[in-house]
Design a protein around this ligand. Structure first.
Ligand SMILES: Nc1ncnc2c1ncn2[C@@H]1O[C@H](COP(=O)(O)OP(=O)(O)OP(=O)(O)O)[C@@H](O)[C@H]1O
Ligand SMILES: [Mg+2]
Length: 269
């Protein structure tokens, strides 16, 4: 299902690594680049070096946790840009999310519901924007549109889905269960979920348990640090606790929950 696409470049137009352009699978962890080490000294990588070393296989999930304006949407869009089949779930009322307009200019097709999207090959880049035509009265309609899309995406396979306002999707729209379907079964169905949230609490545990890749931004709140080092620090909670308060503006601490690899980086705009 997944093949290299001409759209699969970084947003800034940067060429993707040769193996991605060639449609090769990522190098195995044993033989891949060793830029990111499971060590207590966390390497600082430029954004291109990070992308080169970042092994993200289809079906692996990504969780982003940053306070407001940290850079979640910016990173999510960078990650989506590397994927051949990308779906962005837009939750704001129609016309109120500048990101939707920017994605449209990048070639994304905007739809109000998933029904016309039958094949990722035909429409590989989609913004699903159900809108909220009647304010709060439309919440159940909005919820149904995302639920229906998640079903379709699960059936079709191959997609990378970005749920950029995770807490809203879970708390306001009650979409924990359908998201759990993707977290649990995404791997076998080849669907990757990018889930972003402002706080480490009140989100389904699967956002952490099922995420192979976790991206964290600066945080010095003691309770948050406890939680973040607990959820992302299976290998080295102490390092995560030490690094997070030290991060600069828009700087990211990357954690691979499978390998324990850590890296500091910052998206280059
Ligand atoms: N790496 C970066 N370098 C410079 N500016 C950045 C970087 N990342 C994000 N920004 C800027 O910071 C602002 C907030 O970024 P973004 O919208 O991605 O944050 P967010 O975490 O999604 O915010 P929110 O919680 O409000 O959705 C934007 O103006 C964006 O351009
Ligand atoms: Mg955002």
């Amino acid at each position: 299902m997944r093949s290299p696409s001409s759209a699969a470049r970084s947003r800034s137009g940067r060429e993707l690594p040769a193996r991605v352009r060639a449609g090769l699978p990522p190098p195995s962890r044993r033989h891949g680049p060793r830029l990111m080490e499971a060590a207590t000294t966390v390497p600082r990588l430029s954004w291109p070096d990070f992308l080169d070393a970042f092994h993200w296989e289809q079906g692996e999930h990504v969780t982003l946790i940053a306070r407001t304006k940290g850079g979640k949407t910016t990173l999510a869009r960078e990650l989506l840009a590397t994927q051949p089949y990308a779906a962005f779930f837009a939750t704001k009322p129609k016309g109120q999310d500048p990101v939707v307009e920017e994605l449209r200019r990048e070639g994304f097709v905007t739809v109000r519901d998933w029904t016309p999207i039958s094949d990722p090959e035909l429409t590989p880049r989609v913004v699903l924007e159900p809108g909220l035509p009647n304010g709060e009265d439309s919440l159940s309609q909005q919820s149904a549109a995302f639920r229906n899309a998640i079903r379709g995406i699960h059936r079709q396979g191959g997609w990378t889905v970005c749920v950029d306002e995770g807490l809203y999707m879970v708390q306001e729209l009650g979409l924990s269960r359908p998201l759990e379907l993707l977290w649990y079964q995404g791997r076998s169905g080849g669907v990757s979920l990018i889930f972003s949230t402002q706080r480490p609490r009140n989100v389904p545990l699967l956002a952490y348990d099922q995420a192979t890749h976790i991206f964290l931004w600066k945080n010095a709140d003691r309770q948050h640090l406890d939680r973040l080092s607990e959820i992302a620090g299976a290998f080295d909670a102490e390092t995560i606790r030490r690094e997070l308060p030290q991060l600069g503006p828009h700087e990211i601490l990357y954690v691979n929950t499978w390998t324990g690899q850590l890296a500091r980086t910052r998206v280059e705009l």
